[in-house]
Design a protein around this ligand. Sequence first.
Ligand code: UT7
Length: 351
Amino acid sequence: MPNAKIVGIGHYVPDTVYTNDDLAKHMDTSDEWITERTGIKERRYAKKHEETTTTLAANAARNACKDAGIEVEDIDFIVFATLSPDYYFPGSGVLLQRELGITKTEIGALDIRNQCSGFVYGISVADQFIKSGMYKNILLVGAEMHSMGLDYSTKGRGVTVIFGDGAGAVILQPTDDPDQGILTTHLHSDGTHAEHLAMINPGSHGGYHLGKEQFGYEENDKPGDVFITQKMYEEGLYPNMTGQLVFKTAIKKFPEVINEALNATNLNVENIDLLIPHQANLRISQFVQKTLRLPDEKVFSNIQKYGNTTAASIPIAMSEAYQAGKLEKGKLLCIAAFGSGFTWGSALIRL
Ligand code: UT7
């Protein structure tokens, strides 16, 4: 059975830099608060009406193909992870296929909706398809255009300040070398807290799962029988997050799932050459680093520049680490993520 190996990495971030001070012009926040609580100094925002999640993804995908030395026509399957798709449906996978001009071969395109863990889930899915011999050139993309769906008033500050736009992509191919490529992947979920990091509209819930008190539904404010509720029209479509619950669960689950991957491969923390955690909050990464007792040079962070780009954060970080010479052949890379769902996962990759 072949292993799946990463043969190309690329990323793309939009040009527009939005600093903490820029956000403070719209909401009651400050550079000091954001830096202290999250480590974020700035993020990128895509050009509204010119760029979309799919166009960001296409740029990252072209860079990954170039790095892999393949043409886009060589791709035989697309896996697209995002929580901010161009449309509610169809998913962004087919839009990316069209954007890249891969129309003749009618390859399959799969959309992954696991938010911050989307890329790790995608790695696992791609790994299984390659191991089974089904595909030989998989394009896996994580891309987000959060800037179109955030609340820039003070009400939204607990969520808005941490998110940014960007895309990262990898190309995976089979290898017969058993010591190279994706060594193990571990995926988890726990739907108990699903609504605590969520964007619940549009959806078919009709208020079914939602506690009135928790989510502010008034007695006479009945969600509609359709996806779009009156409340949506009135209050916008903004994501909500119970930040502290997410934080506390994340710092527990990250080390757990990383250790799970190490145990499965009989490897130790010391064997990890580079850990790329999902870039959710610098404090979360620092907690994880401390728990695992990893030295600074073994944990990669770029959240200071981009904020939290959800499904895109790991591949963007991988691409930057690669460009900085930190992902040489033979190195052991660990990626791990935790986010909305809650879902979390890890992978160990021998480059
Ligand atoms: O990527 C998906 C997974 N997501 C995460 O991993 C995020 C996990 N959570 C977090 O990173 C943190 O919980 C946040 C960065 C979102 C928030 O930091 P916190 O230290 O947990 O702050 P908090 O929510 O406990 O709020 C503390 C105070 C509150 O004011 P009061 O009630 O103490 O007066 C908030 O209203 O800070 C206030 N606050 C802000 N103040 C200035 C919340 N957001 C802001 C803001 N600027 N942007």
